[in-house]
Structure formats: C-alpha cells, structure tokens
Design a protein around this ligand. Structure first.
Ligand code: NA7
Length: 592
C-alpha cells in the first residue's frame, strides 16, 4: 500500500454523523442538511445507490460496522431487479436455497422458500422481509434517482431527483458522503431497440424489465415478443397460453435447459437448513459459487465414450438447470467438447419441436454457454401450439413499424406468410395489439453510466470508461476515491450466483472502510498500475475461455455503440482469495 500524496486539503478523518433536522429537505423519515455541509463533516458516511440485494445489505452492514448510511432508490420499493422485472414467468434461474443471503443464520433459518426456483413475487417478498426485519426502510429514499456524484477532494456530493409528486424539492436534493457505493445492479438499465417508424405503432408496448405493476392481460390479443434470452424464454410460454396469437421475433436462437422446477419438500429444506453453513461453503468453492452438491464432472467431453457422454448429459438434462454445462470440465474451454454438448441440446430441440422449419430456426449453431444459458419451463413445446409462430429476424428482418404492427421483409424464396394481412411477396405486415420487448439490458455498466460521475481532478467516469470499463477488482476505479462498485466489471459478478458475489463485495467494502477508520486514512483509490494489471488479468482469464466467441451482453455487444469488452471475470474462488490477500496486505494496489 502506498500513501496518497495528492490533493487532500486536510488530514482529519471525521466520521461525524450530521443529520440535521429542520432544513426543509425531506429524505424519507429524516431531514438532511444541504446547505451547510463542510468537507470534514459529511452528512452521512456512506451514500448507497440502489436498494436491491446489494444496497440493502450494504446499508445493514454499514450500520453494523458503525457507519451512517443513506440509500437512494429509483423505484418505489426495495428489490432492485426483482422490483422491476414483473413479467409473466419471471423467476430466478439459481435455486432459492442458494439465491438468498447467508449473513444472518436467523434469517436463513426462518425464511421459507416454496419452490426450487423462486418466482419474482416470492423473491420480492423476501427482499421486503429483509428490509423490515433489519429496519432498513428508514434510511432509504424511494422514488429518488441519483443524477450526479461529484468528488470535491474530501467528500462526494450526491445530487438526486425525486419522482415523488408530493415532494416539493423534486430537483437537486443533495447530501455529502464520505463514501459512495454503487449498488446499481448489473441488469437494471433496459435495452430498448429502436426500429424505423416505431413511434407509429398504436398498440401497447412493454419491456420485461419495466413491467406494469398491475400486470398485463393479453387475453384475446395478437402479441409479438422480441427477444429470446432468459426473459423471453420465461415469458413466451405464459403469454402464449393467454394470447389469441403470439409471434416470437427471434434474432438469435438461445440454448435453453429445462428447469424441472418443483415444490420444495419440507424434508429437503430441513436437511439443508440443518447444515446450511456447510452447504454455503461448498457452493462458494465452485467457479460460479453455486451448485456445490452437483460438482463439475471430472472429465472433458472428448475424453469419454459417446455412450458415457450421452448418459452424463442426459442425467444433467433430467436434473435441469444451469449446472447442465458442468457435466464436463471443458465445456467453455474446448471448442470440440462444446460442440458435442451443443449437439446434444440441438437434438433435444429437434425432437421436441414438431415443425422441422420452426425447429431449424430455434436451433442455435453457436457456442453453448457463450451467451448465458437459459432455463425454461415448456419453452420449446410452446412452438407446437397452433397459436404460436416464429419469425427469424435474420431471414426476415424488420423493415419498419406501422400503426397496426410490424412489416418484415420476406426472405427470397420463402413462401408468403399466412398470418400476413397485406403486402407483396417480399414484405409482410403482421398486425399486433401488443409488442413485448424482452430485449435485455445495458448490462453491468448501464445504470452507472446514467449517473454523471466526476472524480478527482474533474475527470468524469464516462471519460475514464470511454474505451470500455476499467476497474480494479471490480470494486474501485482509479481517479474516483472512496467510490466502490458492487459486482462491477472485472469481478465474477454475473457469472456467479449474484447474491454470493454481492455479499462478498459488501463485506469487503465494509471491512475496507472500517480499516480506513482505524488507520485514519481519509481516502482510498485504486492505483493506476494495479488497475491496468487487473484489466489485463481479466482479459487473460476470459481469453482462456470460449466466452468471447459470440456477441453477448457479457461483451456489451448487445447495445449499439458500447465498447466490446468482456466485463465479468470467470472464477469466484480464486477471485475471493485475491481480494482477501489484497486486504491482508494492507489494501495492496490502492492508494490510501
Ligand atoms: P438478454 O439475455 O440480453 O436477451 C435479449 C434478447 O433480445 C436476445 O434474444 C437478443 O437477441 C434480443 N434482442 C436485443 N435487441 C434486439 C433487437 N434490436 N432486435 C431483435 N432482438 C433483439 O436479456 P434477458 O432480459 O432475456 O436476460 C438478461 C439476463 O437476466 C439473463 O441472462 C439472466 O441472467 C437474467 P441477440 O441474442 O442479441 O441477437
């Protein structure tokens, strides 16, 4: 650890909690001074952006370690991605008994999950329970978007905008904080594609990541769904059961594994709960920090006979879920092994979908697991329904939207689509009442990029990240002192069970700022060299895998104009060990 010898105006480290009442600026239950904060007396120790699972635990942990904190949350309630993603069929693809906090044994013992994979409403209830149980809401400002963060040499100035109509101070509510934690979520900034004349469409449009809270009734409607990632694959079977006709607009076919969801038996839950610590420990030792009871197979897919390979894949297929890819240990490093595994899934698709042309369109030819694997319930079967049709946008690209629907180009040589209502043999207009965009997110950096962040020497984060996100440990960015990202680019993040990664980051950050307090270090900042080496390390590790062989949101290529950089770091256990070693070495690679 080296010492920061730059622009610090004073050497005090005053963790003074100043929450002054009576300055007319309402912040939830408390009032916070906006006028008379001085650099050495920030309004709060920690400002946290976001009240999803990361923000909730950061608030709790900050309080536990003796810091004051305030959370700013754009939504009207807690839960983050589970607050917004209320589309039909939304559920987690990590088992409930793993997709939950482990910081409180009382919490994990008392909470009852009903299904192997929890639905969005159940996960949201869990987040609300956590907020109530640990009395978190009093320090959360809801309906409040952080618009800018400015480092003034000692503290961060946090500017917000409220969407609460009853709030008379809608603009520019601000406070100062010693630290800022961006708990903004990796999948929280919706990616809504634009199409020619899309403003003309007279029906209703929805994005799965901003679903109406009152729900949507598609009964009797002609519905289009764009997107066949996890959100599309979860919602399509349910929308198909309601709609008069569903047209799936597919740009790239996905690989999807059956979830085999089921009610959790009381015996199984009791067994896990009796050994919860050991269950968690085993999970944290796997690459993705999940599925410790189903370890990755000991062989490569090419190292076994065809019969053995089929049997291993069939067993995982019957078990269902993301751990399918763990049948062999080289699924994402050996292209030939990957092809053999992908062939197995391709055969499953062909044997499930009755119409050969639909099956052909639904069958991916890419590396399996390169895009995040999907987990479904009756996805492929849905295409056997008479009220469901599939448009492959690679063969029939969208030409434009109209008031009634969408005009697609008919591929040369293909027959005229029977569902069309007008048009020549080269283009077809499909009429819709509603269009659903299951088109994903500006992942990992999208929500952060929406905040105007200015760090040391007036440098903005958008400048620092103009060629792609750079970050040390996925936790800290050079030039932005006392600012932390949770599950940021450069950390295992979205390649893992997110709750495990979130909990790891929150605890690392809390330990770090506690250490700073004890050591009278007013600031901490990633060192430029350490950051460069870390970015190189992430590239090297990612380069040893097949992840970069396709276009995906891991690479940012799903968002037009976003730099192509592989953002997450594969491998949780090695990463966690590195973070521990760095802290043990007095925060090696950081200036304090
Ligand atoms: P994803 O996985 O990013 O999927 C988005 C889908 O939308 C995908 O099939 C995209 O096709 C498609 N898409 C995106 N833009 C367009 C346009 N312009 N036209 C047609 N189709 C488009 O997002 P999800 O919400 O499903 O899942 C995100 C994560 O949430 C998931 O991985 C889990 O971790 C949970 P593409 O493949 O880019 O060609």
């Amino acid at each position: 650890m080296s010492s920061l010898c730059s622009n610090h105006g004073h050497c005090g480290f005053c963790y003074i909690t100043v929450v002054r009442i009576g300055n007319n600026v309402r912040m939830g239950a408390a009032s916070i001074n906006t006028a008379s904060s001085t650099p050495s007396s920030p309004d709060v120790d920690v400002a946290i952006v976001g009240a999803g699972f990361a923000g909730l635990y950061m608030l709790h942990r900050a309080r536990q370690t003796g810091f004051t904190a305030r959370v700013f949350e754009r939504g009207g309630g807690v839960g983050g991605t589970w607050y917004w993603n209320r589309y039909p069929g939304a559920r987690c693809d990590v088992p409930s008994l793993e997709y939950s906090y482990q910081f409180s044994d009382e919490l994990q013992q008392e909470w009852e999950w009903s299904e192997k994979y929890a639905t969005q409403p159940e996960i949201l209830r869990y987040a609300e329970h956590v907020a109530d149980r640990f009395n978190l809401r009093r320090d959360i400002s809801f309906n409040t978007t952080v618009t800018s963060l400015q480092w003034n040499g000692d503290v961060w100035r946090v500017a917000t905008q409220s969407s609460d109509d009853t709030d008379q101070h809608r603009q520019g509510v601000a406070l100062t904080a010693r630290f800022v934690v961006l708990a903004t979520g990796c999948l929280s900034s919706a990616n809504i594609p634009r199409f020619p004349d899309d403003h003309l469409f007279a029906g209703r449009t929805y994005h799965t990541g901003a679903w109406p809270h009152e729900g949507v009734d598609f009964t009797g409607q002609r519905v289009a769904v764009f997107g066949t990632g996890s959100s599309g694959i979860q919602s399509i079977p349910l929308i198909a059961k309601q709609a008069a006709h569903l047209t799936v607009m597919q740009r790239t076919p996905a690989y999807s594994i059956p979830a085999r969801n089921q009610q959790l038996s009381p015996e199984y839950v009791a067994d896990i709960k009796a050994n919860y610590a050991e269950f968690r420990r085993k999970n944290s030792l796997t690459r993705a920090a999940l599925g410790g009871d189903t370890p990755t197979g000991p062989h490569g897919a090419c190292e076994v006979s065809e019969d053995e390979r089929r049997a291993a894949l069939e067993a995982r297929w019957q078990k269902g879920g993301l751990l399918f890819l763990g049948a062999f240990n080289d699924a994402l490093t050996n292209p030939e092994s990957n092809r053999l595994i992908a062939d197995f899934v391709r055969d499953k698709i062909r044997s499930t979908v009755h119409d050969p042309d639909t099956a052909r369109k639904l069958t991916p030819d890419s590396i399996i697991g390169c895009k995040r694997l999907c987990v479904d319930t009756e996805y492929y079967d849905t295409f056997n329904r008479p009220n469901v049709s599939l448009i492959d946008l690679r063969e029939q690209p969208v030409e434009r939207f109209t008031a009634k629907g969408i005009v697609v180009q008919n591929a040369a040589g293909t027959s005229h689509d029977e569902s069309s209502t007008s048009g020549s043999s080269r283009r077809v207009e499909h009429e819709f009442d509603s269009i659903v965009f299951a088109t994903g997110f500006d992942a990992m950096t999208g929500a952060i990029s929406k905040i105007d962040i200015t760090g040391r020497d007036g440098r903005t984060l958008s400048d620092a990240w103009s060629a792609g996100p750079v970050n040390y440990l996925g936790l800290s960015v050079h030039g932005f002192p006392n600012l932390f990202t949770i599950t940021g680019p450069g950390s295992p993040s979205v390649l893992t069970n997110m709750i495990v990664s979130i909990q790891h980051h929150v605890e690392w950050i809390a330990d770090c700022i506690s250490w700073m307090k004890v050591n009278h270090s007013p600031t901490i900042e990633a060192d430029a060299d350490a950051q460069d080496r870390w970015v190189q390390h992430v590239n090297t590790v990612a380069g040893m895998t097949l992840y970069q062989s396709c276009s995906s949101w891991y690479l940012g290529t799903n968002v037009p104009g976003k730099p192509r950089v592989f953002m997450p770091l594969p491998g949780f256990p090695a990463y966690a060990q590195t973070c521990a070693d760095i802290a043990h070495d007095g925060y090696r690679g950081f200036h304090t």
